[in-house]
Design a protein. Structure first.
Length: 146
């Protein structure tokens, strides 16, 4: 079996940075016998060569085993903060003082709003001239206003 040296213009398998797959590439540039730049034959993107099984060698002095690392902290559920805020505000809400939501209404922060679908809510902030952020029991919603 004859092993031929690679040169510019040859086809080689490489990991494409745009397609995120191992595909055929054409060699564009080499330094000595090392491939440094390739062009993807699928998307025509030109990028540095990333071999199919290329792994980075560990840097000297950084041999930390996973068991030596501190355990990861669990993240809070995405809507947990909204629910906590809702529960803290709930006792102070008086449904009689709630304003019926209207898209043409004018609202300020801390106004109590009664929405036909989402229910009782509190305006947490005014977002620009025509939107308000309202905290409902189901989470925060961005609503249109005048």
């Amino acid at each position: 079996m004859i092993i031929r040296k690679l040169s510019a213009g040859d086809t080689i398998e490489a990991r494409c940075t745009r397609c995120r797959k191992v595909l055929n590439h054409t060699i564009v540039a080499m330094v000595g016998e090392r491939v440094v730049r390739v062009e993807c034959n699928t998307c025509r993107g030109v990028h540095n060569y990333h071999g199919t099984g290329e792994t980075k060698a560990p840097v000297a002095g950084t041999s930390i085993r996973k068991t030596e690392l501190a355990p990861r902290k669990s993240k809070k559920e995405p809507g947990a903060a909204d629910r906590e805020e809702w529960e803290s505000l709930r006792p102070t809400m008086e449904k009689e003082r709630a304003i019926a939501y209207d898209m043409n209404g004018v609202y300020r922060a801390h106004d109590l709003v009664e929405h036909p679908v989402f229910g009782l809510g509190v305006v947490t902030r005014v977002v620009g001239p025509s939107k308000v952020e309202v905290l409902f029991q189901g989470g925060k919603k961005l609503l249109r206003c005048r």
